[in-house]
Design a binder for this molecule. Structure first.
Ligand code: ZN
Length: 375
């Protein structure tokens, strides 16, 4: 699960369709990307960038191979599909100089990042390194959603303003999810602040929150290289959503705070993201992402001020008018609620349960238009 729906206030397709993405003038892309067929590009001595294809609008994930003494440490996996395994076989045959993959680091639990974790462990004899939260997220999401949904899950979406048929439609699509991976049976825990030696380099674990609960980035301070996962993508924004598991959560606050932590890293850092191009311009990208969310907050607040009370489902149609299917609906619904939760925690809107059992949101009378620059 990643980052793929088109918000209304931004340029059309800013999230979704790579060919129509808006390029930032402040980012530099020093390398041509590798083709997603097992080719690699060396982005620093002993650090190889490869791509694993994905059969969706976001059509690839970047994986990285780090020379690690007499072997390799690899970062992220691709989806649990035969085509992904073929690419890994090709990479191993052509680019690893006959040396083994000792370690696999999964930045987080989403299927495109960890779907082949169990297979890579078994096929190459690698150990798995993840954060605690991500490992147990991966263990927890291996079955399709139950049918019927458990009552608290159903009521979460009813309260959001969906009806039973809309909820059924969304989950019937998700129940056909073909990517559910086998569970890796053990792991080694990574924690925020840990230092990892990989070959000649020392990397610091920097944990981000909001997109997933305990997302691992790795930063090498001496050469200023960041393995960023989905925490910092150059052209699309990562999905930040509220789910029925933590219905009162405020993940955007965590996400924006995590962006600020990354903003403390060096300006000329070479950012190795999980999707799209390797880039420089970390501070500019952090500013763009802050501005994007401020625009979304302003859009929702304006809609409520102009149109009166509304449900999350109604507001989601305004925020994400272009959706391509049930997974987009799920991400858009969760992300609209995430923006509403942030506004509510700021005191800018209020929420109540109406007579039909739906949460309605309303702009608070004292609210002033949100500044489009972040503090
Ligand atoms: Zn992700």
């Amino acid at each position: 699960m990643a980052e793929s729906i088109a918000p209304a206030a931004a340029q059309p397709g800013e999230r979704a369709r790579p060919e129509r993405l808006r390029a930032s003038a402040d980012l530099a892309y020093p390398f041509e990307p590798p083709t997603p067929d097992g080719a690699v590009v060396e982005v620093a001595p002993g650090i190889l960038w490869a791509r694993v294809p994905m059969p969706m609008a976001l059509d690839h994930i970047n994986v990285y191979l780090l020379r690690d003494g007499e072997g390799w440490t690899v970062v992220d996996t691709g989806l649990n599909l035969p085509a992904s395994r073929e690419v890994w076989e090709r990479i191993a045959t052509q680019h690893l100089q006959g040396l083994p993959i000792h370690r696999l680091i999964c930045t987080h639990s989403h299927y495109d990042h960890a779907g082949l974790a169990a297979w890579i462990m078994e096929r190459f004899g690698a150990e798995l390194l993840m954060s605690y939260g991500e490992y147990f997220m991966l263990r927890g999401f291996t079955a399709p959603p139950p049918d019927p949904l458990p009552p608290l899950q159903q009521s979460f979406y009813l309260r959001a303003g969906m009806d039973d048929a809309q909820i059924d439609h969304m989950f019937s699509g998700l129940r056909r999810d073909p990517f559910a991976p086998p569970v890796p049976q053990n792991y080694q825990r990574l924690r925020d602040g840990d230092r990892l030696t990989i070959g000649q380099r020392e990397w610091q674990v920097v944990v981000g929150e909001g997109h997933s609960p305990e997302h691992v980035c790795l930063y090498n301070a001496s050469e200023r290289i960041l393995l960023a996962g989905d925490q910092l993508l150059p052209r699309i924004t990562s999905n930040v959503l509220v789910t029925p598991i933590e219905p009162e959560g405020n993940p955007l606050q965590l996400w924006l705070a995590s962006l600020n932590r990354l903003n403390a890293l060096a300006q000329d850092t070479l950012v190795l993201p999980s999707h799209q191009g390797v880039f420089r311009g970390l501070h500019a990208r952090v500013q763009e992402l802050h501005a994007h969310h401020q625009q979304q907050f302003a859009l929702l607040e304006r809609t409520l001020q102009d149109g009166g009370p509304a449900t999350a489902w109604e507001l989601m149609q305004v925020q994400f008018p272009k959706r391509r299917g049930p997974m987009d609906d799920l991400m858009a619904m969760g992300e609209a609620i995430a923006h509403l939760s942030w506004l509510r925690h700021q005191g800018r809107i209020r929420r109540w349960l109406d007579d039909d059992g739906r949460y309605r949101f309303q702009a608070t009378p004292a609210a002033h238009p949100i500044s489009e620059t972040h503090p």
